[in-house]
Design a protein around this ligand. Structure first.
Ligand code: PLP
Length: 369
C-alpha cells in the first residue's frame, strides 16, 4: 500500500460512529442550510478562540475573499503578503480587485519576513496579510507595529494554523479578521469543503453574513452588493462541531508525529522545521529541506512512498500572476526554498509503524545519494 503525506481513512475508522451520528443529526433536523448546526459551530469556534464572531463559509478561499471585502479591501488597494503560500491566498486578493505585493520569507521558518514589510508600503497599501504557513505563526508583534505605524489593516490567513499559538495567543485573534479553511487535509478538516472567518468586530460580522447570503439580510431582499452564495453546509458544520471538540487531541497527535521525526531524522542532513521562539507549532505539514530534494522524492517511490511539495512554485513565478511583474530572482529566499523543500507524511492518526518505514526509507535513500 502506498504511503501518502495525508490519509483520513484511519481517523474515519476511529470516529465513524460520531461522524455518522453528525450526518444523521443534520438529515433529521429539517434544515439543511443555515440551521442549528451551522450556528452551533460558529458559536463554538468563536468560543474556542475567545473571540466575538465566526461566520461559516463554503471554503477557505472564499473566507479570504469575503473577509477582505468585509473589512473594506477592494479595487485600487495593495495587500502585502508572501509568495511562499498556497496560491489561493493570492487568488483571493486578486479576486477582490486588490493588488498582491510580495515580501520575501525568513530563511529559517519560511514565513513572512516582517522586517521587509515597511519597505514595501506605498500610499496605496491597505492591508497586511500574513500567512501562518505550515502551522506556526508569523511574528505578529512586529507585524502589528508596522501596521500601526502606517495605519494598515491586518488580515490573517489561518488556513494552516488552527490552534497554533504565539506567546500563548491563538492564530486568528490578532487582525481585523482571519480566514480559516476546513478542507479535508487541514488541521481541522471537514469531509468536503468548508471555511470560516473569525472577527471580533460586530460590523465585519454583519458584513460577512450579508456577503455570504447574496447581499441579503432578510430573505429575497438585497441590501448590498457584491453578493455571493457562500455558506457553510450544515453537514460539514455538524461534522466540524464534533471534530472541534477533538482539536486539541489532534494537535497532540501531530506534535507526537513531529517529535518522532525530529528524533528519527536527527542524524541525517535533512534540514528539519525551525520553530520561532514563542511559537506552538501545529504541524499542518512537516516540511524538510535538502538540496537533492527531487532525487530523494524519486527514490522514495520505489519504497511506495509518495511525497508532496508545499509548494513547488512560488506564486509570483506562475503564469497566472505574470501581470504582477515580478522577475525571476526578485524574491531570492522564496525561490531557493521552493527548489529544496518537501513534506513528509503528517496527520494525527499516522500509524507509528508507517512513520518508522518512512524514516527508515529516508535513511537508505540519503545514504545512497
Ligand atoms: C488551503 C489554503 C487556502 C484555501 O482554502 P480552501 O478551503 O482550499 O479554499 C488558503 N490559504 C492557505 C494558506 C491554505 O493552505
Amino acid at each position: 500500500m502506498t504511503t501518502y503525506v495525508w490519509d483520513y481513512l484511519r481517523e474515519y475508522e476511529n470516529e465513524r460512529d460520531d461522524i455518522h451520528d453528525a450526518i444523521e443529526t443534520v438529515l433529521r433536523s429539517g434544515q439543511l442550510v443555515l440551521g442549528a448546526s451551522g450556528r452551533g459551530f460558529e458559536e463554538e469556534f468563536a468560543a474556542y478562540h475567545g473571540a466575538g464572531h465566526t461566520v461559516g463559509v463554503d471554503n477557505g478561499t472564499n473566507a479570504l475573499k469575503l473577509g477582505l471585502q468585509a473589512i473594506g479591501v477592494g479595487p485600487g488597494d495593495e495587500v502585502i503578503t508572501v509568495s511562499n503560500t498556497a496560491a489561493p491566498t493570492v487568488v483571493a486578493i486578486d479576486s477582490v480587485g486588490a493588488t498582491p505585493v510580495f515580501v520575501d520569507v525568513h530563511p529559517d521558518t519560511y514565513l513572512m519576513d516582517v522586517e521587509q514589510i515597511a519597505a514595501a508600503v506605498t500610499p496605496r497599501t491597505k492591508c497586511l496579510l500574513p500567512v501562518h504557513l505550515y502551522g506556526q505563526c508569523v511574528d505578529m508583534t512586529a507585524l502589528q507595529a508596522v501596521a500601526d505605524e502606517h495605519g494598515l489593516l491586518v488580515f490573517e490567513d489561518c488556513a494552516q494554523a488552527h490552534g497554533a499559538r504565539r506567546h500563548g495567543q491563538l492564530a486568528g485573534t490578532w487582525g481585523a479578521a482571519a480566514a480559516f479553511s476546513f478542507y479535508p487535509t487541514k488541521v481541522l478538516g471537514a469531509y468536503g469543503d468548508g471555511g470560516a472567518v473569525l472577527t471580533s468586530d460586530p460590523e465585519v460580522d454583519a458584513n460577512l453574513r450579508r456577503l455570504r447570503y447574496y447581499g441579503m439580510e432578510e430573505r429575497y431582499y438585497v441590501v448590498r452588493t457584491p453578493g455571493h452564495n457562500s455558506r457553510l453546509d450544515e453537514l460539514h458544520a455538524e461534522i466540524l462541531r464534533r471534530k472541534l471538540r477533538r482539536l486539541d487531541t489532534y494537535l497532540e497527535g501531530r506534535r507526537e508525529v513531529a517529535r518522532r521525526y525530529a528524533e528519527g531524522l536527527a542524524d541525517t542532513d535533512l534540514v528539519l522545521p525551525s520553530i520561532a521562539p514563542g511559537n506552538d507549532h501545529v504541524y499542518y505539514v512537516y516540511v524538510v529541506r535538502h538540496p537533492q530534494r527531487d532525487a530523494i522524492i524519486e527514490a522514495l517511490k520505489s519504497y511506495d512512498i509518495s511525497l508532496n511539495i508545499s509548494y513547488p512554485w512560488p506564486v509570483h513565478t506562475m503564469t497566472g500572476f505574470a501581470h504582477l511583474g515580478y522577475a525571476a530572482g526578485s524574491l531570492p529566499v522564496t525561490e531557493a526554498v521552493a527548489d529544496e523543500i518537501f513534506s513528509l507524511p503528517m496527520y494525527p492518526s499516522l500509524d507509528p509503524a508507517v512513520q518508522d518505514k518512512v524514516i527508515g526509507a529516508l535513511h537508505d535513500v540519503l545514504a545512497a545519494l
